[in-house]
Design a protein around this ligand. Structure first.
Ligand SMILES: Nc1ncnc2c1ncn2[C@@H]1O[C@H](COP(=O)(O)OP(=O)(O)OP(=O)(O)O)[C@@H](O)[C@H]1O
Length: 684
C-alpha cells in the first residue's frame, strides 16, 4: 500500500501493516573516504553519579542501565527532560569519564578510550563552528588535520567535493559559515566529521532548532550514514511520527533507567503486552514519553523490569521477554485483537512479533530543495550491512596504529596557525578597531604630551607619560584576549575531543598567532608617541624603550590568556583589571621602592608593570643622558640622574628588567596552558 509524503495520520492508521520505503534517487557513493571497521557498542550496568551540594551528597543520574548499539543502525536515545539522555551520550562518547561505573565494550572488547576516540565523532548540539570561515575553508582545515598526509591534495579535494555534494552543501561552498541556515550548519558539522569516515557518530539533539523539513533531511542523512555500516546514535526529544519511523533502534530512558530498548517498530506491540495500548492516530514517540512521565500511571518500574533495564533488546521475529503483565487477561485480550488485525492485514502468520510497520510503502520522500541528495533506502536493518553509501569501504579490523591524530603536531600547529591568522584578518574588532585605537590614542597622547621629553621643567609629566604607556598597552592587549579567548572554548573542546589536534599544537598556534599583530600595533603606537613627545632621539634608546613596551604588551596578553583560560568572560572582564591594581600601585610610579614598607616589597618583584616602567625610565634617563633643556629659572629635574634618584632607580639594571619580563611572560604562558588543560579535563 502506498501513502503520500507527509500523511502521517494515514500512515499511523495503517500502523502494523505497512512498510516504509524511500525510493532512491541518483546514488551517491562516497568512494574516497578511508576504510574503517564497523563497530558495535554494548554497555552493561552503567552507573553515573555526581556529587552535589556542600555535604557532597551523591546524586545518581544513570542507574545500572545496559544496552547495545549496532553498526548499520540509526539509534535514537529518547526520554523526558532530565531522564539522563545527554548524560548517557556523554558517557558513551567518552566525553564524561569520572563518576561512571560499569562496562562498555566495543565489538566485544572492553573499550579503550584512546582507540575509541579514533573511531568516533561527537557532534554537539550547538554545532560549534567558526563563523569566520567559508564552508570550503572549514572543510579544507578538517581534511588537512584529520587526513594529514594519508592522501594526496587532489584526493582531499575529491573527498571534500563528494561529501559536500552528498550533504547538499556544494552550492554553498563559498558561503561563510555564519551565514548558513540552521540545517546547513548541522550538515556542515556532520561533513567536517565525515572526512575521516568515523564508524561511530554521536549526535546530541541533531534536530533541535530545525523546522520539520530540515529535521527530516537531517534524520534522512543520519539514516544514510547508518546504511553505510556506521553506528549512528542520537539523542532526540520527541520526534514526529514520520521521523520516529526512520529510526531503526530506540533506547528510552526514564528517571535514569531504561524503559525500552529495541526496534522502533516493536515499541507499540511491546507496550501493549504491558497493558499500555497506544491509541490509534497517536505518535508512538509521544506515547512512550507520556508513559515515562507517568501520565498513564506508574508504569516506569514495570517497563524497567520488563526490559531488564536495557538487558533485553526487543527485535522483530524474537519473543518478548517474559513479564508478569503478560498473564493479565485484559492485556492478553488486547494483544490477541492486535494479532488478529495484523495477521489479517499482513498475512504473516500468527506471531505477534510480526506486528510492525513493515509494509508501509512511502515514496518518494528523499529530501528536496537545497537539502541532502543522498538516496535513502529504508529496508530492514537485520541484514547487517546494506549496500549503499560507503559499506564497501568499511574495513573489518579495528585500528592498531598508535598515532593519536591524523597528522603530526607540527602540521597541526601550522594548520591551526594559518586558520587563526585568517580569523584575525577577517575579525574587524580584533584587527581594525585595535589598529585604529592604537593610532588614535598614539596621536592623542602625542598631542597631550607634545615635545615635553627634553624639557627639564616637565619631567614629572614625562614620567606620567611613561606610566600611561604601560597602562594603555597593558589594558588593550589584556582585555582583547579576555574577551576573545573564552569564545573559542566550545570549538576547542569539540575539535580537541574529536581528535582534530592536540591541545599543545592549538595552544602554540594561538600563542604565536597574535604576537605579530600585537607587535605591529605596539610599534606603531610607540613610534608615534616617542617622536611626538620628543624623547631622546638615539636609536638605541628607542629600541630599548620599544622592547620594554613590547614585552609589557606580550606579558599583559599572557595575563589575558590565563584569565580567559581559567574563567568566563564576565568574571574575567571584572577580575583582570581588579587583579592588576596591586601591580600598578607597586610599579614605582606612585610610591618609590624605598617608601614601600618592607613586608610589602615582594609585590614589586611580581609587578610586571614595575619592570616595564623601570625599563622605559632607564631607556629615557639612564645610560649617560646629557642634561635636559631648561626654559625656566630653575628646573629641579634638569639632570637625568636626579630623576633616577627620585625614582630610586640609580642602581637599576635595564637588562634585569628585560629578563624579568621574559621570565614572567614564559611563566604566564605555561600557566595559561595548564589552566586550559585543567579546564578541558574538568569538563569531563
Ligand atoms: N553535574 C551535574 N550535577 C548535578 N546534576 C546533574 C549534573 N549533570 C546532570 N545532572 C542532572 O541529571 C539529570 C539528567 O540530565 P541530562 O542532561 O542527562 O538530561 P536529559 O535527559 O538530557 O535532559 P534534556 O532533554 O532536558 O536535555 C538531570 O536531572 C540533571 O539535572
Amino acid at each position: 500500500m502506498k501513502v503520500d509524503k507527509g500523511t502521517d495520520d494515514a500512515l499511523l492508521s495503517h500502523r502494523g501493516s505497512v512498510k516504509v520505503t524511500i525510493t532512491p534517487c541518483q546514488p551517491k557513493v562516497l568512494t574516497h573516504l578511508p576504510k574503517r571497521p564497523p563497530v558495535d557498542i554494548a554497555f552493561t550496568d552503567l552507573n553515573y553519579s555526581v556529587k552535589e551540594g556542600s555535604k557532597n551528597n551523591v546524586k545518581t543520574i544513570l542507574k545500572n542501565v545496559s544496552g547495545r548499539l549496532k553498526s548499520g543502525e540509526l539509534t535514537a536515545i529518547m526520554g523526558p527532560s532530565g531522564a539522563g539522555k545527554s548524560t548517557l551520550l556523554n558517557i558513551l562518547t567518552g566525553y564524561k569519564i569520572s563518576g561512571m561505573e560499569g562496562s562498555i565494550t566495543i565489538n566485544g572488547h572492553e573499550r579503550d578510550l584512546s582507540q575509541f576516540a579514533k573511531l568516533s565523532a561527537y557532534i554537539m548540539q550547538d554545532n560549534q563552528l567558526h563563523g569566520n570561515l567559508s564552508v570550503e575553508e572549514a572543510m579544507n582545515v578538517a581534511t588537512a588535520l584529520k587526513l594529514g598526509t594519508q592522501i594526496s591534495k587532489q584526493e582531499k579535494t575529491q573527498v571534500i567535493q563528494e561529501i559536500l555534494e552528498t550533504l547538499g552543501l556544494l552550492e554553498h561552498i563559498k558561503t561563510m559559515t555564519s551565514n548558513l541556515s540552521g540545517g546547513q550548519k548541522k550538515r556542515l558539522s556532520i561533513a567536517l566529521e565525515l572526512v575521516n569516515n568515523p564508524p561511530i557518530m554521536f549526535f546530541d539533539e541533531p534536530t533541535s532548532g530545525l523546522d520539520s523539513s530540515s529535521c527530516f533531511q537531517c534524520i534522512s542523512l543520519l539514516k544514510c550514514l547508518a546504511r553505510g555500516g556506521r553506528t549512528i546514535i542520537c539523542t532526540i526529544h520527541q520526534p514526529s511520527a514520520r521521523l520516529f519511523e526512520m529510526f531503526d533502534h530506540l533506547y528510552t530512558l526514564a528517571e535514569g533507567q531504561c524503559i525500552y530498548q529495541g526496534s522502533t517498530q516493536q515499541l507499540v506491540p511491546f507496550m501493549a503486552t504491558l497493558g499500555l495500548v497506544c491509541p490509534s492516530y497517536h505518535n508512538p514517540a509521544s506515547f512512550i514519553i507520556e508513559v515515562s512521565c507517568g501520565e498513564y500511571g506508574d508504569y516506569v518500574r514495570k517497563l524497567v523490569a520488563a526490559i531488564q533495564n536495557g538487558k533485553c533488546d526487543i527485535q522483530a521475529g524474537k519473543p518478548f521477554p517474559q513479564s508478569e503483565q503478560l498473564n493479565n487477561a485484559d492485556v492478553d485480550k488486547k494483544i490477541n485483537n492486535m494479532q488478529t488485525a495484523t495477521v489479517s492485514e499482513s498475512g504473516q502468520g500468527n506471531n505477534i512479533l510480526a506486528y510492525a510497520h513493515n509494509d508501509i510503502v512511502k515514496e518518494p520522500t528523499a529530501p528536496t530543495g537545497d537539502g541532502v541528495v543522498i538516496p535513502i533506502e529504508l529496508s530492514p536493518v537485520d541484514s547487517d550491512k546494506q549496500p549503499g553509501v560507503t559499506t564497501n569501504l568499511l574495513d573489518d579490523t579495528l585500528p592498531t596504529s598508535t598515532q593519536r591524530y591524523g597528522t603530526s603536531e607540527l602540521n597541526q600547529f601550522w594548520i591551526v596557525l594559518k586558520r587563526t591568522l585568517l580569523f584575525s584578518r577577517r575579525d574587524w574588532t580584533l584587527m581594525y578597531l585595535r589598529l585604529f585605537a592604537h593610532i588614535l590614542v598614539g596621536f592623542l597622547i602625542g598631542a597631550l604630551y607634545y615635545d615635553i621629553g627634553n624639557d627639564g621643567a616637565k619631567v614629572l609629566s614625562n614620567l606620567g607619560f611613561l606610566f600611561f604607556n604601560m597602562l594603555f598597552l597593558m589594558y588593550t592587549s589584556m582585555t582583547i584576549t579576555i574577551l576573545s579567548f573564552p569564545l573559542e572554548m566550545p570549538v576547542l573542546i569539540k575539535e580537541n575531543f574529536n581528535r582534530w589536534y592536540s591541545l599543545r599544537s592549538y595552544y602554540m598556534a594561538i600563542t604565536v598567532s597574535d604576537i605579530p599583530f600585537q607587535a605591529v600595533f605596539c610599534v606603531l603606537y610607540v613610534t608615534i608617541v616617542y617622536y611626538l613627545t620628543s624623547q631622546p632621539p638615539e636609536i638605541s634608546r628607542f629600541i630599548m624603550f620599544l622592547s620594554a613596551c613590547l614585552l609589557i604588551s606580550f606579558v599583559a596578553q599572557s595575563v589575558g590568556l590565563v584569565v580567559g583560560a581559567a574563567m568566563n568572560v564576565q568574571n574575567g572582564v571584572f577580575l583582570a583589571p581588579v587583579m592588576s591594581v596591586p601591580f600598578l600601585l607597586f610599579s614605582g610610579f606612585f610610591v618609590s621602592f624605598d617608601a614601600i614598607p618592607i613586608y610589602l616589597r615582594w609585590i614589586t618583584y611580581l609587578s610586571y608593570i614595575r619592570y616595564g616602567f623601570e625599563g622605559t625610565a632607564l631607556a629615557t634617563y639612564s645610560f649617560g643622558r646629557e642634561k635636559l633643556k631648561c626654559y625656566q629659572v630653575y628646573c629641579h629635574f634638569k639632570s637625568p640622574s636626579t630623576t633616577l634618584e627620585e625614582l630610586d632607580m640609580l642602581d637599576a639594571d635595564f637588562r634585569l628588567d628585560i629578563i624579568a619580563l621574559i621570565v614572567i611572560f614564559l611563566v604566564l604562558r605555561v600557566s595559561a596552558f595548564l589552566f586550559l588543560r585543567w579546564k578541558l579535563m574538568s569538563q569531563r
